[in-house]
Design a protein around this ligand. Structure first.
Ligand code: ZN
Length: 471
């Protein structure tokens, strides 16, 4: 049911003129996510500037039973940030709440509002000679509130953990409108239950994150980057073990790609060059960091790669000879998702597995994919160091996109069955949203699911916080 004009006016009055968006042209980009899988409707998006305004919005939402859909940079991949098709839900954009409240370089803490982009947080940390390590392809747009609400992972989780591991405290507006002041800046703090972790990864269904205190780290004085070409995921795991034993925590990224997404990136981004003289079935992008300097990182990484060559774990390795070449290597890796769009329909899986199970998983999942759509092309890449794979499946060459995408659920079921057999997860770093809500309901341990539903009922008894998402 669409929002009544009188209700729109009451909500608009809470944020002041200009900050209640009702123009359909301005609303349009907020009603679809970037893959185009989910489209919603609404006649109102609110852009509050303070937690007090968010509090007033939630209080009115409670009194009027109006559903609120929080939205950050709209880079989410599971539809969690898009309102439903009823027209009766309001988008709450945190974009104007983008202040950096405090940087404590010595204490290793940055306190930021939810609408600050991940890039802005990284840049601010860098200017204070510190590192905020979380890194995503979408970081120029992705906002901290969304990053925490989806518990994003990215390319540095191997060394620094996922969003959850980087958060010390949160300010959250509850469904009641009360503000939970939890911007703690303590690494050790055992005062009761850990409420912060309830809201991280909850996709706005338990409260609205309005600010966060985050961990900073010493800034590396140099990094080294290299691509390796190799024969199989099993070899890649051996390389990972070797690299970790030599480099320890200074191994900051270990990204795996099959040949196909690597070729997609080169094909559709003509500015990029293949670093290798020949092709390999698999590739690994490694990054090492050093507290001393680039030369140290480079020699440590080169020693690992020399030994890997001698042990025949890899066929070849190409170290980046310059910062520009390192950026070009990362552009290949980060362009894989976008490049896949040019290859027709793509069915996605964001999965994680115990490392040891990955080679066997690859063999079995390939058979499962072919049994659903013969000729489908597996474009698997991901964060091997975390056991997290983006096991994407592109349509067969020349196939009809719509009829391929119509097999989405069947393909998911087939791949997730293999994941489940090996003790893995069907949702590693993108969240549940709408896309995986039914899978969660079907496959999660019933006691865990019931506990989650109890928490939802406790914190949002009226069902006004991002309804229809996650649960
Ligand atoms: Zn990823």
């Amino acid at each position: 049911m669409a929002l009544e004009p009188e209700l729109v006016a009451r909500f608009a009055g809470l944020v002041g003129p200009g900050n209640a968006v009702t123009d359909p042209d301005r609303l349009a980009p907020h009603l679809v996510e970037w893959r185009g899988l989910y489209r919603g409707r609404t006649s109102l998006m609110l852009q509050p500037e303070t937690a007090a305004e968010v509090s007033a919005i939630m209080a009115l939402a409670g009194r009027t039973r109006t559903a609120i859909v929080p939205q950050g940079g709209n880079t989410g991949l599971v539809g969690g940030q898009i309102p439903d098709g009823s027209g009766g839900q309001i988008i709450l954009s945190l974009s104007r709440m983008d202040a950096i409240r405090n940087v404590d370089a010595a204490g290793g803490i940055i306190t930021v509002e939810a609408g600050a982009t991940l890039q802005a947080v990284q840049d601010t940390a860098d200017a204070a000679d510190r590192l905020f390590p979380l890194s995503l392809a979408s970081q120029a747009s992705a906002q901290i509130g969304g990053v925490l609400s989806t518990n994003a992972g990215g390319t540095t989780a191997l060394a620094f953990g996922v969003a959850r591991d980087l958060c010390l405290g949160l300010e959250v507006v509850l469904a009641s409108g009360e503000i939970l002041h939890g911007l703690r800046s303590l690494k050790k703090d055992n005062r009761g239950y850990d409420l912060r972790n309830l809201f991280i990864g909850a996709e706005g269904t338990l409260g609205i994150i309005t600010a966060a205190s985050l961990k900073l780290f010493p800034k590396p004085r140099g990094t080294a980057t290299a691509f390796a070409g190799l024969a199989s995921p099993a070899r890649a795991l051996e390389l990972l073990t070797l690299a970790q034993s030599r480099l320890g925590a200074s191994l900051t990224s270990f990204e795996l790609s099959a040949a196909l997404p690597f070729q997609f990136a080169l094909r559709h981004m003509p500015a990029l060059r293949d670093p290798f003289a020949r092709s390999y079935p698999w590739y690994v992008l490694l990054e090492a960091s050093s507290p001393v300097g680039a030369a140290q990182a480079q020699s440590a990484l080169a020693a690992v790669l020399e030994d890997a060559l001698a042990a025949e774990l890899i066929g070849d390795a190409v170290p980046a000879a310059s910062d520009a070449q390192a950026r070009a290597f990362w552009a290949i890796r980060e362009g894989m998702s976008e490049a896949q769009k040019h290859e027709g329909g793509s069915i996605k899986h964001d999965i994680s597995l115990p490392l040891a199970a990955i080679p066997q998983f690859m063999d079995e999942a390939a058979l499962a994919v072919q049994s659903v759509v013969p000729g489908a092309r597996i474009a698997c890449f991901g964060h091997l160091g975390d056991g997290n794979l983006h096991y994407n499946v592109s349509q067969p060459v020349g196939a009809d996109k719509a009829s391929f995408l119509a097999r989405w659920a069947d393909m998911n079921d087939a791949v997730h069955a293999v994941v489940s057999r090996h003790g893995g997860s069907f949702s590693a770093e993108h969240g549940i949203g709408v896309l995986k809500r039914d899978i969660l309901a079907r496959s999660l341990d019933p006691v865990a699911l019931a506990t989650m539903r109890s928490l939802k009922n406790l914190l949002d008894p009226l069902g006004i916080l991002n309804p229809g998402k996650v649960l």
